[in-house]
Ligand binder design. Structure first.
Ligand code: SAM
Length: 236
């Protein structure tokens, strides 16, 4: 049985589906582990490079899984999978894959960008997908795992009553939970940007958001955002 690293373990824990597609399956380990754990009934591995495609085939041989060669979501028929994952790529590549085949995106998505998670939050907000959960792995290199579900036509309620721009940049669930590691990370970024010579407009904007967030927190340290979840989110 393939042993998943912490990053893929966290991804796997967010997946439970009848049919799950893993785009950029590489070695095929994620699908094999999901099948072995009974978290999915059927898997579809998609690869656009020969060697990883062959590796996925070898890993998944004899299991209820298809291994398809092709670009992103193109080898998937609309409605065929009820969930998909795209992991281990940059947020911009993931956004491109989603943008190229919007009609093939399943109801539920588990995305693990190596960077630019903000890009995916912005994509989802515009595309009508709701951020159901966002997590970060522990350890020296932290990876984001974002879980999206197709929305009901209303704006994503997780952003209700939050500073929208700050939430898109740093994550609405992280802002609501305001955990120690998250605050420390914001403070670290604030210190870094404040001392950065020749800040460009993006860095300047980010610093302004950090100043705003951390000042508000200092003013109301007792406010626990986790106790004020967006109501509509839980009514569904
Ligand atoms: C860095 S690896 C990550 C593998 C695995 N998903 C993980 O997280 O460990 C990225 C994999 O995605 C594949 N890939 C990249 N772009 C792709 C695309 N547009 N369509 C299908 N596969 C793609 C690459 O060939 C590579 O095997």
């Amino acid at each position: 049985m393939p042993r998943l690293d912490q990053r893929l373990k966290l991804v796997a824990r967010q997946i439970r589906a009848r049919c799950h597609a893993d785009i950029g399956s590489d070695h095929g380990h994620l699908l094999k582990a999901l099948l072995a754990a009974g978290r999915i009934e059927r898997g579809i591995a998609i690869e656009n490079k020969r060697q990883p495609w062959a590796n996925s085939q070898a890993t998944l041989r004899g299991l209820p899984a298809d291994v398809r060669f092709g670009e992103g979501l193109q080898p998937l028929r609309p409605g065929e999978a009820d969930s998909a994952s795209i992991c281990g790529m940059g947020g911009r590549s993931i956004e491109r894959i989603l943008g190229e085949a919007p009609e093939r995106i399943p109801e539920r998505l588990v995305l693990q960008p190596n960077k630019h998670a903000e890009q995916l939050r912005r994509w989802a907000f515009a595309a009508g997908y709701h951020l159901q959960e966002e997590l970060r792995t522990a350890g020296r290199r932290r990876f984001d795992v974002l879980v999206f579900v197709r929305g009901d036509g209303h704006p994503d309620p997780v952003y209700d009553s939050l500073d929208r721009e700050a939430a898109l940049v740093f994550g609405p669930w992280h802002l609501r939970r305001w955990e120690t590691w998250f605050v420390q990370q914001l403070q670290q970024q604030q210190r870094y940007l404040a001392t950065l010579g020749g800040r460009d407009a993006v860095a300047g904007q980010r610093l302004a958001i950090l100043d705003r967030l951390l000042a508000a927190r200092e003013k109301h340290p007792q406010k626990n955002f986790a106790q004020t979840p967006p109501r509509r989110y839980f009514e569904k």
